[in-house]
Every structure is written in structure tokens, then in C-alpha cells.
Design a protein around this ligand. Structure first.
Ligand code: LMR
Length: 339
């Protein structure tokens, strides 16, 4: 039998390899649909775009991240369901929105006056409690990747809100968290749960009288245009857990998943570095708009708010359990009796 010349074999192998790599690069990219409810021009919106940029770059186009901002794809409740059934792969819901999933422990972040700044917040998000909370998501088919900062909340209404008594009878929109309902009730208000995408219109038409949010959301959703008064109370925190569909995440090739984890870590550093400034700028923008009057609580008023709100911690303890609450208190060196 005539032997095949070596040069031919080499050429054929090379051609096959070239064809193979061409086929690989022409393969469909892995698509990550990342849905969220806020504007692109917010700490979360910017961090999501940063993740897209870094993830696509690091995987050389093998992964495509499609970011859908402003509830363009799903509203609050639907996006959680969409994640669980795999219709989207990635979300960054606020920590207040995990209760309806059955992960009520996340509501510990909603406790009023628990954190005295980003430093104390990070002790929790970067510590054992942060990891403990992520483990609660696994049985629900959700894997936690990172905690993203937004900021400390201000209150708004069409009347000045200086003291707890000013809230009496006001219908205040809250996220889907029982602790936030309890907070509003402790102030004498009537809490109304509502999807974020509906808040502007509800304020405009008087379906609700007021709301709470960090300045970045108040500004980018134009809520300040339909609220005459904003009180800088910083009575609570609003931030996010970046989560993925667990099955999807585990099905990714290891090298891709590693690249995505690295991209997420970098996007987190970026987003958390800009969050405070973004909120300060947004508050300043609301101030200069002249549409809302901004009021900063005095020390006495702040004390009165704390007096009304701190009892919510123990009252709502059953939501997250005494053990978790005590763990958080210890990590923060927080003593409610000393406030
Ligand atoms: C809200 O519903 O007020 C916030 O959770 C929106 C967000 O994602 O910041």
C-alpha cells in the first residue's frame, strides 16, 4: 500500500485545526441576560455595565452580557420568578426583596439605624453574615455572587417630615419587605408595598403620599419632581445582592466561570467605590433643581426618629431570628440601648 506523504498529513491536520478553531469562534456566545429595575445612570446601573464590559473582554466574546435597565424586561416580582425558571440568568435585586422568596433573613439589612455608614455595612456584606445569607439562597436555585452598594435612604412627601408625628396617616410606599412595613408603622404611617417601576406614577397621582429611597433613585426616577419635601434622615440602607441562576452558573465551563467571577469582583470594587459619590451628587442635583425642598434632620429630631424606630429591631426579630440579629449586633458592636 502506498504511504501517505508526511507533508500531506501535516497540512491536513493544520487545516482541520484551523477549521476547528474557526468553528469554535463562530460558535454561539453564552448569553447572560442581566435584568434590573433602576436607571443605567445609578450605582447599580453603572456596575452592571462595568460587569458587561469586563466579562465580554475577559472571555474574548465567548460570553455576551445583555443588560436590561429600568424594568425594561421584568418588574421586581417577575424578575425573581424569571431568574428561578432561567428566563434571565442574572439580577441584582435590593436586599429588601428576598423575603417573598422565603429568604427573610435578608431583611436584617432593612433595620432602621443599624449601620452608621458604608464602613459598618461592609463589615456585614464582606463578613460571615454576608456568606451566611448567600447560603440561604442555594436551596432556592439561586447563587449569590456579590453585594453591591447603593446608599442610605431619604424620606420624601408633599409635606415636611421633621418628626415621627409628621408621618401620621401618610401612605408611604415601601419595597416588598415586612421590616420596612413595620418601620413605616412605627412612624405612624400606612405602608404600601409597590413595584419600583410604579412608584413615580403612584406619587404623581396621589395613590401614595411619599416614599423612601437613596437619592440616586429619587433623582434618576424623577420622584423629586412629584414630591415637595425631602428629608435627609439616612434612617436605613438600600443595597443589592447580585445573584445568578444556580443551574446556569454551574453548567458554565470552569474557565468561563472563573473569568466571570473575576469580572464580577472587579465590577463590585468599581460600583462600591462610586456609590457614595453618586448619591451625594444626586442629592445635590435634587437640591439645585429647586423642585423639592431638602431638609436635614437636627440632632434632636434624629434622636426622636431613633426612639420611634429602634424598637422595630426586636419587634421584627422573628423575621430573621435572634441568633442572626445578635451576630449582626456583635459584628457591628451595635448596642440599641446606647442610641
Ligand atoms: C426600590 O424598589 O425602591 C429599589 O429596590 C429599587 C432598586 O433596585 O434600587
Amino acid at each position: 500500500m502506498k504511504s501517505i506523504p508526511t507533508a500531506f498529513v501535516v497540512a491536513a491536520t493544520l487545516a482541520a485545526a484551523l477549521l476547528g478553531s474557526a468553528a469554535d469562534s463562530a460558535a454561539e456566545p453564552i448569553v447572560i441576560k442581566f435584568s434590573h429595575v433602576v436607571a443605567a445612570d445609578t450605582p447599580k446601573g453603572k456596575a452592571a455595565l462595568k460587569f458587561k464590559e469586563l466579562a465580554e473582554q475577559a472571555t474574548g466574546g465567548r460570553v455576551k452580557v445583555e443588560v436590561y435597565a429600568n424594568s425594561a424586561l421584568y418588574k421586581d416580582k417577575e424578575e425573581m420568578e424569571a431568574l428561578q425558571i432561567g428566563a434571565v440568568q442574572m439580577l441584582a435585586p435590593s436586599l429588601s426583596k428576598f423575603g417573598p422568596l422565603g429568604a427573610r433573613e435578608f431583611e436584617v439589612f432593612d433595620l432602621p439605624y443599624l449601620f452608621d455608614g458604608y464602613g459598618s455595612l461592609h463589615k456585614i456584606t464582606n463578613g460571615a453574615v454576608g456568606q451566611f445569607l448567600f447560603r440561604k439562597l442555594e436551596p432556592k436555585g439561586i447563587h449569590g455572587l456579590a453585594y453591591w452598594d447603593n446608599g442610605f435612604k431619604v424620606m420624601s412627601a408633599n409635606k415636611p417630615l421633621h418628626l415621627p408625628a409628621d408621618f401620621k396617616g401618610l401612605k408611604m410606599r415601601v419595597q416588598s419587605a415586612k421590616v420596612l412595613e413595620a418601620q413605616m408603622r412605627a412612624l405612624g404611617a400606612i405602608p404600601q408595598q409597590m413595584a419600583f417601576s410604579e412608584v413615580y406614577q403612584a406619587l404623581q397621582t396621589g395613590v401614595v403620599d411619599g416614599t423612601e429611597n437613596p437619592p440616586s433613585n429619587l433623582y434618576t426616577q424623577k420622584m423629586y419632581e412629584v414630591q415637595k419635601h425631602v428629608t435627609v434622615s439616612y434612617h436605613g440602607y438600600l443595597g443589592y445582592a447580585v445573584v445568578v441562576n444556580k443551574k446556569f452558573w454551574e453548567s458554565l465551563p470552569t474557565d468561563i466561570r472563573n473569568e466571570l467571577e473575576a469580572a464580577m469582583a472587579k465590577a463590585t470594587v468599581y460600583g462600591n467605590a462610586i456609590a457614595e459619590k453618586e448619591n451625594d451628587n444626586a442629592l445635590e442635583a435634587v437640591r439645585t433643581s429647586g423642585k423639592s425642598q431638602i431638609y436635614v434632620l437636627t440632632e434632636d429630631e434624629r434622636r426622636a426618629w431613633k426612639k420611634a424606630l429602634i424598637p422595630v429591631h426586636r419587634e421584627q426579630q422573628a423575621r430573621f431570628g435572634q441568633e442572626l440579629l445578635d451576630m449582626v449586633y456583635t459584628d457591628l458592636n451595635f448596642d440599641p440601648a446606647k442610641l
